[in-house]
Design a protein around this ligand. Structure first.
Ligand SMILES: NC(=O)c1ccc[n+]([C@@H]2O[C@H](COP(=O)([O-])OP(=O)(O)OC[C@H]3O[C@@H](n4cnc5c(N)ncnc54)[C@H](O)[C@@H]3O)[C@@H](O)[C@H]2O)c1
Ligand SMILES: Cc1c(CN(C)C(=O)CCc2cnc3c(c2)CCC(=O)N3)oc2ccccc12
Length: 265
C-alpha cells in the first residue's frame, strides 16, 4: 500500500517464470509495501506468463533478458533508463544447470555445463550489477538468491553448490566495490521450495520432508516468507547491511544433528 517501506522506490526484478517463482514472492511483497516494479522474462515462452503477473501489480515489462546474451541485458537496462531514469533496487533470482548434472556425482560434471552453470548462475549477478550501478544514482539495494548447498554438501546439488559458493563470494566482492556509492549487495539463502527450478529434481518431495522433520521450525518455507525477508533487504531497514547472506530456511542451517527425543508437533 501507499505508505509502506518501499514507497517511492523503483526496482527491476529478474527471474519471474510463474506465480510460484521466488522472484514473484519478493515482487508481491515489495509491491504490497508500495514499490514500483519492472519485470523481465526469459524468452517468448515466458513472456505470456510474465505479462499477466506484471499487470496484476501494475508493473512494467521491460523486455526479454537472457543473461547469456549481453545485448538483451543492455536492452533491458536501456528501457529502465528510458522509463525511470534511475533504479533503487534489483532482484536477481536466476540460476540454471543442465538437470542431468543435478543427479549423481559432482566429480562427473562436464566442462561445458560447469561453464554454462557459472555463467548463468554466478557471472550474471556481476553483469547486471555493472548496469545497475549506473542507474543507482541515489544508492540502491541488490538482492540475489542462494542455497545451503553452497556451504555444505547437499546430495545431487553438485555443480549448483559450487556455483552458489561463487555467488556468495561475488556478493562480498560486489558489496566492497559498491559500498562507497551506497549500493548494497546481499543474498537470501532460502530453504527448499517447490518452484519450476525445483521440479524435475528427483525426490524433491523427500528433500521437503527432510526439512520438515529436521528444521528447528519443523516446516519448509514459502515464497511469501522469502518475499517478506526480501523487503527488509530492499528497504531502508537494512541500510547498514551489505555483503550479507541471510538464511530464510526455518533455521535448517544451524542443525548439526536433531536430538532423537526432540519434541515434534
Ligand atoms: N526453489 C528452491 O528451493 C530454491 C532455494 C534456494 C535458492 N533458490 C534460487 O532462487 C532463484 C530463483 O529460483 P526459483 O526457485 O524461484 O525457480 P524459478 O524457476 O521460478 O526461477 C528461476 C528463474 O531463472 C531464470 N533463468 C534461468 N536461466 C536464465 C537465463 N539464461 N537468463 C535469464 N533468466 C534465466 C528462469 O527464467 C526463471 O525465471 C534461483 O537462483 C535458485 O537457485 C531456489
Ligand atoms: C533444493 C534443490 C534445488 C532447488 N534449488 C536450491 C535451486 O537452486 C534450483 C537449481 C536448479 C538449477 N537448474 C535446474 C534445476 C534446478 C532444475 C531444472 C533444470 O533443468 N535445471 O535444486 C536441487 C537439485 C538437486 C538437489 C537439491 C536441490
Amino acid at each position: 500500500e501507499a505508505g509502506g517501506l518501499m514507497k517511492g522506490k523503483r526496482g527491476l526484478v529478474l527471474g519471474v517464470a510463474n506465480n510460484r517463482s521466488i522472484a514473484w514472492g519478493i515482487a508481491k511483497a515489495a509491491h504490497d509495501h508500495g514499490a514500483e516494479l519492472a519485470f523481465t522474462y526469459q524468452g517468448d515462452a515466458l513472456k505470456k506468463r510474465v505479462e499477466p503477473l506484471a499487470a496484476e501489480l501494475g508493473a512494467l515489462v521491460v523486455g526479454h533478458c537472457d543473461v547469456t546474451d549481453a545485448a538483451s541485458i543492455d536492452a533491458v537496462f536501456a528501457e529502465v533508463e528510458k522509463q525511470w531514469g534511475k533504479l533503487d533496487f534489483l532482484v536477481h533470482a536466476i540460476g540454471f544447470s543442465d538437470k542431468d548434472e543435478l543427479t549423481g556425482r559432482f566429480v562427473d560434471t562436464t566442462e561445458g555445463n560447469f561453464s554454462k552453470t557459472m555463467l548463468i548462475s554466478v557471472y550474471s549477478l556481476t553483469a547486471v550489477t555493472q548496469r545497475a550501478e549506473k542507474l543507482m544514482t541515489d544508492g540502491g539495494s541488490i538482492l540475489t538468491l542462494t542455497y545451503y548447498g553452497a556451504e555444505k554438501v547437499m546430495p545431487n546439488y553438485n555443480v549448483m553448490g559450487v556455483a552458489k559458493a561463487a555467488l556468495e563470494a561475488s556478493v562480498q566482492y560486489l558489496a566492497v566495490d559498491l559500498g562507497p556509492k551506497n549500493i548494497r549487495v546481499n543474498a537470501i539463502s532460502a530453504g527448499p521450495i517447490k518452484t519450476l527450478a525445483a521440479s524435475g529434481i528427483g525426490d524433491f518431495r523427500y528433500i521437503l520432508k527432510w526439512n520438515e522433520y529436521n528444521a528447528p521450525l519443523r516446516r519448509t518455507v514459502t515464497t511469501e516468507e522469502v518475499g517478506d525477508s526480501g523487503v527488509y533487504f530492499l528497504s531502508d531497514l537494512s541500510r547498514a547491511v551489505t555483503g550479507e547472506v541471510h538464511h530464510v530456511d526455518s533455521g535448517y542451517h544451524v542443525v548439526g544433528m536433531k536430538a532423537v527425543d526432540a519434541p515434534d508437533i
